[in-house]
Design a binder for this molecule. Structure first.
Ligand SMILES: [Zn+2]
Length: 446
């Protein structure tokens, strides 16, 4: 290998090999032809200084794909598919929930992406996404780690009951909003939307009752971010996708107008679209209804100049052509757990006994594991298959969902065994990811 820096895999995990003389700032052990370095924080900081393309940059309005990587070794596989398309990759992307379940810190997520970038020698830039952050503490942890891309999730403040509430109840809910944080008052706010922006009064009231408190929370979180990192020095996305009720076009327009009015600079918004976006499986719903709805959301995003962000965006093969056709370049497709499910495909191929143990555990824990995810799979539907056909289970709806939500529980029990198989068969894992992500990226290549 002529490369000065390269990543090597051992059964114990990845290492950095540096050939020739050791540049300043790296720490490692000398060998005959160079130095072997651990992939620790110190060496990650050193490589980002030495090779600036190993550090994340802002994504801004570029067409992009989020490649969440729960295990931290998928990046080189993702990038094979990214190279064949024209989406900007967002690689260091994980929610606080998933970081805890995978026993990773924000810094580790960033560092793993850095090593993956180096491994793939991908020098065209990548983004990061501290995903689904809900609190000031989440922000502090990710800002301290060096994240410059954030997705704020005020979902717990979205009032789904407003969806069906009557006029008087809506009025009460709106009057009770935190008007100091929203920097307005009920009358002025009403006028702003109804008189200035042509909202029907009932649409305004329902939107404000449903999303007003959520937007106040976003304002608080964003003020903290701006103070910490500097105004306009980071990418911001706002997501309300993990809510029980659909975001109507009027509500979407309300959210966009409020974010502008509150001077919150954002690049992306994730509404809750019609239909079901379950984890790791295709879209469930009527495609014509989705398209009709999606067109209205695109018009709003274009009016205010930001990207629609498609959350739970993995495996939604039937709607990618619709999204690509109407969004053009103004889109972000976010995937996360699907790379974990595809890792299990490799386990099924290479170590059937381990895969069966994982599946038994995932089935036993499914009722608990599914609580914080949108899935409908049923363990009773998982077919019995011969050893030789185990990988085919990864193409099966219920099995994918059961495995998708199991990863915290499965990693807690089989952490070392899973990494041992994947580190040994890393080329298989990256080949599987290449094939899988091609199907996510090619539809957007226009
Ligand atoms: Zn989401």
């Amino acid at each position: 290998m002529a490369e000065k820096f390269s990543i090597m895999y051992t059964p114990q995990g990845r290492r950095l090999h540096i050939s020739g003389t050791l540049p300043a700032n790296f720490i490692g052990e000398k060998t005959d032809d160079g130095t072997i370095c651990a992939l620790n924080e110190h060496n990650a900081a050193a490589i980002r200084r030495e090779l600036p393309w190993c550090a994340p940059e802002r994504v801004r309005l570029r067409k992009s794909i989020g490649c969440g990587d729960r295990l931290g070794i998928a990046t080189a596989g993702h990038l094979r598919a990214v190279r064949e398309g024209n989406m900007f990759p967002v690689l260091a992307q994980q929610s606080m929930r998933e970081m805890q379940r995978a026993r990773r810190s924000p810094k580790k997520v960033l560092d793993d992406a850095t090593w993956g970038i180096l491994e793939a020698n991908y020098q065209m830039g990548f983004g990061c996404d501290a995903d689904h952050l809900k609190t000031i503490e989440d922000i502090d942890a990710c800002a301290d780690a060096g994240f410059i891309g954030y997705t704020l999730d005020p979902g717990q403040y979205v009032d789904d009951a407003a969806n069906t509430a009557g006029f008087d109840t809506l009025r009460e809910k709106v009057n009770a909003l935190n008007w100091a944080t929203l920097r307005s008052n009920p009358q002025a706010h009403n006028d702003y939307f109804v008189a200035q922006h042509n909202f029907a009064e009932i649409d305004y009231l329902r939107s404000a009752a449903k999303y007003g408190a959520a937007l106040a929370h976003v304002a608080v979180l964003n003020a903290h971010l701006a103070q910490k990192l500097g105004k306009n020095s980071y990418d911001l996305e706002v997501s309300v996708d993990e809510t029980a009720t659909v975001t109507t076009p009027a509500e979407h327009r309300f959210i966009a107008l409020e974010l502008k009015r509150l001077d919150i600079n954002f690049i992306g918004l994730a509404p809750r679209f019609v239909g079901d976006f379950e984890k790791g499986v295709d879209y469930i719903g009527d495609l014509a209804a989705f398209e009709a709805d999606y067109i209205q959301h695109v018009a709003i995003a274009n009016e205010f100049d930001y990207k629609l962000s498609i959350h739970s965006g993995s495996d939604k093969f039937s709607i990618y052509p619709i999204i690509a056709k109407h969004s053009g370049s103004k889109v972000h497709v976010k995937t996360a757990g699907t790379s974990w499910v595809e890792a299990l495909r490799v386990i099924a191929e290479k170590d059937g006994a381990l895969f069966r143990q994982i599946l038994v555990l995932a089935c036993a824990g499914y009722d608990q594991n599914r609580a914080s995810y949108h899935v409908s799979g049923n363990v009773d539907n998982i077919p019995h298959v011969a050893d030789a056909n185990l990988p085919s289970l990864l193409d099966h709806f219920d099995t994918r969902e059961v495995l998708h939500v199991s990863f915290g529980q499965v990693l807690a029990q089989f952490y070392d065994a899973i990494y041992a198989v994947l580190n040994t068969h890393i080329e298989s894992y990256h080949t599987v990811l290449h094939r899988h992500f091609k199907r996510h990226i090619q539809p957007f290549k226009a």
